[in-house]
Design a protein around this ligand. Structure first.
Ligand SMILES: [Zn+2]
Ligand SMILES: [Zn+2]
Length: 328
């Protein structure tokens, strides 16, 4: 994990090899082997998406209200959905926070930004970064995530949203699982670019960007306008035939993934070895330089639409130039 001092950037405590790689998914001419390698790195390892899919299966099997019950909007099953999302958020964001920040389980090893979370700063609600992030994650984002989920299950129970069975449509069941993170990334790219339109940035998205040095609770710390827009990715299930596992998985990709990717650490280290990939340097750059990397590292939207920051000083200069043009 030691880095060559010649290539190590001066402004980061740790960073991956630079420039950061570009996703080959939409490369031309097609590179099927590179695609397979890239996709298998996400799907055939213990990664955020595989854990989220396992969670979706567990929740659907053991913690799902019955279709009959969900035909009528009622506080009981709606509260159950809110509670299970809250518990998952507390487990993922809270668990990573306790390991990385409270216990300092691995010190500064693989930590991108050497600084600690901010306290006694009027920039944040309650003058405390973690309390601010927890409040907005739970009061704002979790509410919209849960509202869309309640709406979807009520609509699916009444036949207003198209449902499929995994046994009758096994190919579509698997294909849609692979497509969901790609759709979610595409939706995020455009919703996020819209949020960087100066009036919307000032009104809503600046709240998420209070966090220059990010931590797990920063992931879905969002203004309600951003929370509503960000989780609107889930509305696709009102149109595209889905199984409940698709919806739950999609919710976890959007609700839990950001807590992992905002952790501020490249991975969980135990006994001197990286055991699990967590942080996302690609998005860490967005929090440092703002007008770049609006999408996610798995998909090349930023490369295609000209907003990619590869971690180099040259890319920092180009990003600063773009920011100047946007705000003049
Ligand atoms: Zn962020
Ligand atoms: Zn942003």
């Amino acid at each position: 994990m030691a880095q060559d001092p010649e290539t190590k950037s001066r402004i980061w405590n740790h960073h991956p090899d630079l420039p950061i790689p570009v996703s080959p998914i939409l490369s031309w001419p097609p590179q099927p082997l590179a695609w397979l390698k890239w996709i298998s790195a996400y799907w055939l390892t213990l990664s955020a998406v595989t854990v989220e899919l396992a969670l979706a299966v567990v929740v659907y099997t053991w913690f799902q209200p019955s279709w009959d019950e969900m035909q009528v909007l009622a506080l009981g099953w709606a509260a159950q959905i809110w509670l299970r999302n809250l518990i998952l958020l507390l487990l993922v964001a809270g668990g990573l926070h306790v390991w990385f920040i409270t216990l300092k389980g691995q010190g500064h090893s693989l930590k991108f930004d050497a600084r600690d979370q901010t306290r006694h700063n009027g920039h944040f609600t309650f003058r405390n970064q973690v309390a601010d992030n927890m409040f907005w994650s739970i009061a704002s984002s979790l509410s919209f995530w849960t509202l869309y989920e309640i709406g979807y299950f009520w609509a699916a129970a009444n036949g207003y949203a198209p449902r499929i069975s995994a046994v009758e449509h096994p190919v579509w069941f698997v294909l849609w699982l692979v497509l969901i993170p790609i759709w979610s990334s595409f939706h995020f790219y455009w919703a996020h670019r819209l949020l960087h339109w100066p009036p919307l940035y000032k009104l809503a998205h600046s709240l998420h960007h209070r966090n220059i040095n990010i931590g797990p609770w920063a992931g879905i710390s969002m203004h309600p306008v951003e929370g509503a827009l960000y989780f609107s990715t889930l509305l696709v299930h009102f149109v595209v035939p889905s199984h409940p596992i698709h919806f739950l998985f999609h919710g976890y990709v959007n609700g839990l993934n950001p807590c992992v990717s905002h952790s501020g650490f490249e991975g969980v280290v135990a006994r001197n070895r990286k055991r699990l990939n967590t942080g996302d340097f690609f998005h860490q750059l967005h929090h440092r330089y703002f007008e770049c990397n609006y999408g996610t590292a798995e998909m090349p939207w930023d490369v295609i639409f000209g907003s990619f920051h590869d971690g180099s000083e040259e890319a920092t200069r180009a990003t600063r130039e773009r920011k100047k043009q946007m705000y003049t």
